[in-house]
Design a protein around this ligand. Structure first.
Ligand code: NDP
Length: 316
């Protein structure tokens, strides 16, 4: 593949920063990478989106920009999650088509799958029933990306596709306790609990189970999808099913990484969310059997260290 100009929307976020780090580590004369933040263009705005596409003339797009948040933010803002993500996705795909972009890789998520389902979840089940009510706005907007990819293929012959990551974490995450995802929230809480010598309170019972993927592993896989995966149908990017952990186990890893020795409590008055969403990575494993994921404790150690080193500037 020669002279790719890759525009990465959401380039300033958790996943975008990891991709930037990865491609800058192995620069190529045949690739130009442009990483956008919302300051470069508000993708909710159709004119601003068109302007940024006109300016950069991309041949490829990795579309990460989205309104993103954890369980508690989703519960509060379902309508905003639906509308903002629908608008951003419509603007980005329409401008990609008009700019002659040959490939777009967009991001879905395992939290958009049906609430009532059989396990493990696979790529064929995205539309098989209503999502968990807590994040219905985000879920339906993300599901429409897959529908758009299918329709753009049917009508225009375009090969736009999507990836489905499980819970992502790593440097540059949003470490907000109120609005962020569970793991970065725990990392922030453990940092404060250690600093202030108080107990660490985990929200919920600790029993829900999740597959966590390190942003640096996900970055490598998304770049691989951009260059090597040619289906329209989505592909799940996840650690193996055997690597699923409970929130309690994840909290223990954070405690270990942070060197926190005080008491850990579970606030069961807080919602647990969906009990599990175990996803199958069989499709990925068939195509990339030898991919080695970073061991979770190592990835947690690196993220905890990054947060402590960057406490003043980290999103929180
Ligand atoms: P972040 O919240 O870290 O980053 C979101 C990015 O989107 C930022 O670069 C942000 O720009 C940009 N953005 C948000 N709104 C707009 C807007 N109106 N116009 C332009 N840019 C905007 O997200 P992640 O990196 O965690 O997520 C990347 C993708 O992966 C998303 O599509 C998400 O749905 C998906 N995903 C994430 C998971 C996770 O656990 N984090 C799990 C599964 C999927 P700025 O920084 O300037 O505001």
């Amino acid at each position: 593949m020669v002279n790719m100009r890759v525009l990465v929307t959401g380039g300033s976020g958790l996943v975008g920063k990891a991709i930037q780090e990865f491609v800058e580590y192995q620069p190529s004369d045949e690739e130009t990478w442009i990483f956008l933040s919302s300051k470069d263009a508000d993708l909710l705005d159709a004119n601003a989106t068109k302007k940024i596409f006109d300016e950069h003339q991309p041949t490829h797009v990795i579309h990460l920009a989205a309104m993103v948040g954890g369980l508690f933010r989703n519960l509060k803002y379902n309508a905003d999650f639906l509308r903002n993500n629908l608008l951003i996705n419509d603007n980005v795909l329409k401008c990609s088509k008009e700019a002659g972009v040959v490939k777009v890789v967009s991001c879905l998520s395992t939290c958009i799958f049906p609430d009532k389902t059989t396990y493990p979840i696979d790529e064929t089940m995205v539309h098989n029933g209503p999502p968990h009510p807590s994040n219905k706005g985000y879920s339906y907007a993300k599901r429409m990306l897959d529908v758009m990819n299918q329709c753009y293929h049917d009508q225009y012959g375009l090969r736009y596709t999507s990836v489905i990551p499980t819970n992502v974490f790593g440097p540059h995450d949003n470490f907000s306790i109120e609005d962020g995802h569970v793991l970065p929230g725990l990392i922030h809480k453990a940092y404060l609990a250690k600093r202030d010598a108080v107990s660490l309170t985990v929200w919920g019972s600790g029993s829900p189970r999740r597959q966590f993927i390190y942003s640096r592993d996900l970055a490598k896989l998304i770049v691989w999808v951009l260059k090597n995966y040619s289906d329209i149908d989505p592909i799940i990017l996840s650690v193996d099913e055997s690597a699923e952990v409970s929130i309690k186990e994840a909290a223990e890893m954070v405690v270990k990484a942070a060197g926190f020795t005080g008491p850990v409590e579970y606030d069961t008055s807080k919602a647990d969310g969906q009990y599990k969403k175990t996803a199958s990575n069989a499709k990925l494993r068939k195509l990339l059997p030898d991919f080695v994921f970073t061991p979770m404790q190592q990835a947690v150690d690196e993220t905890v260290k990054w947060f402590a080193d960057n406490y003043d500037v980290a999103r929180k």
